[in-house]
Structure formats: structure tokens, C-alpha cells
Design a protein around this ligand. Structure first.
Ligand SMILES: *[C@@H]1O[C@H](CO)[C@@H](O)[C@H](O)[C@H]1NC(C)=O
Ligand SMILES: *[C@@H]1O[C@H](CO)[C@@H](O)[C@H](O)[C@H]1NC(C)=O
Ligand SMILES: *[C@@H]1O[C@H](CO)[C@@H](O)[C@H](O)[C@H]1NC(C)=O
Ligand SMILES: *[C@@H]1O[C@H](CO)[C@@H](O)[C@H](O)[C@H]1NC(C)=O
Length: 270
């Protein structure tokens, strides 16, 4: 038992000697001149101190590592939260845009339905309140037409329509053509561009759709020009200074939705 202890002591003494020297070098303390009991104790204390310092450093490093790790975790969490928020915001924005478009589509559909309904009501009662044309004007598609029962030159007729914020009748598509044919109009000026020569040439009704329709500002209209007029479903040209009847056209307003909802009793109370 005692032998073992001595051996350990000796071993310690031997190894500690070299270690102590090394430690002294490390800690930068001058080597004492002679090894003694007191010196050994001091060395031990110093070793312990050095060890403690090392442990402290380790612990500090550990703490630093953990805190930086948790900081990184926090940062990542924050980043994720930010991304989620951005996703949610853009989702919300898209949702709002969809709702906005739905409302817009719905109002378009509502307007179309009101227009269709008004056409129906107008068919039964031509002066129904919902008609989007002024009184006495006829309504077809999205245009209004007014017959002016007086005979005027083409230029005067054009001016009369202009005063109504309208233009002379133009037949630009089949729908208008059919509507006009049903009215059996004869001797009405058309909003065709005045042209030279060829009076009394007849144009077939379908050809007039692609005709040269008049756009305002043909100033200095001279006597030699010919203007087109409608006679049943034919178009003829005659001198612009002759007189014909007038039909004006202009764009209809949009049908007021509330106007189709009120039922009007003809000649009675509403
Ligand atoms: C994002 O939206 C989801 C589902 O709508 C919700 O559960 C979550 O809390 C939202 N996130 C944020 C950061 O608002
Ligand atoms: C609105 O109408 C347009 C075209 O009519 C359609 O492409 C779109 O999908 C509609 N939007 C909604 C939200 O219903
Ligand atoms: C035909 O033209 C008239 C007016 O020029 C217009 O109101 C109508 O919508 C047009 N119809 C078609 C089917 O293009
Ligand atoms: C024509 O339009 C003008 C301005 O847009 C308006 O002041 C005038 O009352 C309108 N005339 C008719 C007959 O509708």
C-alpha cells in the first residue's frame, strides 16, 4: 500500500517537474532559483490558476457559441416570419384584386342585364322610362335615331344634326341596315362623304356598309358635289344643294339600372 503511494508521489514529482517548468514558461513567470517546498505549492497554485483560466475561457467560448447559436436561431425565425408576412400580404393583395375584379365583373354583368331587360321593356312600350335615348328618338343597339320631318340641303341637314350633338344617319353594319330597312324610309340624307360626279348612281344596300362614311369638316362644300341619300333600301347620289329629309343618329347613354326596376303604368301613376 505504502509502496504504491511513494511510487505515485515520485511519479508526480517527476512529471510535475517538467510540467511545472513548461507551465512557468507558458505563464511567463521566471523560473525560481531552487526547487523548494514553498515553490512547489506556489507552482501548484499557479497551475490551478492557469487551468481555471483555461476552463473560464472554455466556458466563455461555450457561452459565446450558445448565444450566437440562439441569436442565429432568432434571426432565422425573424427571417421566416418576415417571409411569411410578405407571403400573406401578397396573398391578401391578390385576394383583394380578385374581389375587386369580381365586383367589376359583376357590375358589368348587371349593366348588361339591365340593358337587355330595358330592350325587352322598350319592345313592349317604346317610351319606357328606361330608354337611354331622348324623347322621340328611336333606340336601336347602342344608338339613338331621330327623324326630322323637314326638307333641307345636305349641309343644312348636317348642321341640324350637329345641333342635336348627333350626325346624319350612317349605316355601318348589318344590324343598323336591317333596322333602317324595317322603317321603310325614303328620301333621307345619309352621312356619306360628298363626292364629285356620278349623280343618281344606285348602290345596293349591302354595299353601303363599306361606304365612305362622312367624318366632320368638309368645309367649302361646292354646288358640284353630290351627296348620298337613302330611298327604301337603296342609296342614290344627288346634288348636295337639293333638299331631302333628315335622320340623325347619336350614341345612346347607358341604361340606368334603377330605371328598369320601376314599372311604369302607361298613362297612369308610376
Ligand atoms: C399567414 O396566414 C396564415 C393563414 O392565413 C396564418 O395562419 C398566419 O398566422 C399568417 N402569418 C402571419 C405572419 O400573419
Ligand atoms: C372577370 O371577367 C374576365 C373577362 O370577362 C375574366 O377573364 C375574369 O376571370 C373574371 N374575373 C373574375 C374574378 O371573375
Ligand atoms: C352597328 O353600328 C351601330 C352604330 O353605328 C352600333 O350601335 C352597333 O353596336 C353596331 N352593331 C354591331 C353588331 O356591330
Ligand atoms: C350638346 O352637348 C353640349 C355639351 O356637351 C351640351 O351643353 C348641350 O346641351 C348638348 N345639346 C343637346 C341638344 O343635347
Amino acid at each position: 500500500m505504502s509502496e504504491e503511494v511513494t511510487y505515485a508521489d515520485l511519479k508526480f514529482e517527476d512529471s510535475s517537474k517538467t510540467e511545472h517548468i513548461q507551465e512557468f514558461h507558458k505563464c511567463g513567470i521566471k523560473e525560481p532559483p531552487a526547487p523548494s517546498h514553498i515553490w512547489r505549492r506556489r507552482a501548484l497554485a499557479l497551475i490551478l490558476l492557469c487551468l481555471l483560466l483555461l476552463i473560464g475561457l472554455g466556458v466563455l467560448g461555450g457561452i459565446f457559441y450558445i448565444t450566437s447559436k440562439t441569436d442565429m436561431g432568432e434571426l432565422n425565425k425573424l427571417q421566416e416570419f418576415k417571409e411569411e408576412l410578405q407571403r400573406n400580404v401578397s396573398l391578401q393583395l391578390k385576394h383583394n384584386m380578385d374581389s375587386f375584379e369580381k365586383v367589376r365583373n359583376l357590375s358589368i354583368t348587371l349593366q348588361e342585364t339591365a340593358t337587355k331587360l330595358c330592350h325587352e321593356l322598350h319592345r313592349k312600350n317604346p317610351e319606357h322610362k328606361c330608354k337611354p335615348c331622348p324623347k322621340e328618338w328611336m333606340w336601336h343597339d347602342d344608338s339613338c335615331y331621330l327623324r326630322v320631318e323637314s326638307y333641307e340641303t345636305w349641309q343644312k341637314s348636317d348642321a341640324i344634326c350637329s345641333n342635336h350633338n348627333a350626325s346624319l344617319l350612317r349605316i355601318k353594319n348589318k344590324s343598323v341596315l336591317e333596322f333602317i330597312k324595317s322603317k321603310r324610309l325614303y328620301g333621307y340624307w345619309l352621312g356619306l362623304s360628298p363626292r364629285k360626279g356620278n349623280p343618281n348612281t344606285k348602290q345596293s344596300d349591302t354595299a353601303i356598309i363599306s361606304s365612305d362614311w362622312y367624318t366632320r369638316n368638309t368645309n367649302g362644300l361646292n354646288d358640284k358635289l353630290n351627296c348620298g341619300y337613302l330611298h327604301y333600301s337603296n342609296v342614290y347620289y344627288t346634288s348636295c344643294t337639293e333638299t331631302q329629309r333628315i335622320i340623325c343618329e347619336k350614341l345612346a347613354n347607358s341604361v340606368k339600372i334603377e330605371s328598369v326596376l320601376t314599372t311604369e303604368v302607361p298613362g297612369g301613376r308610376t
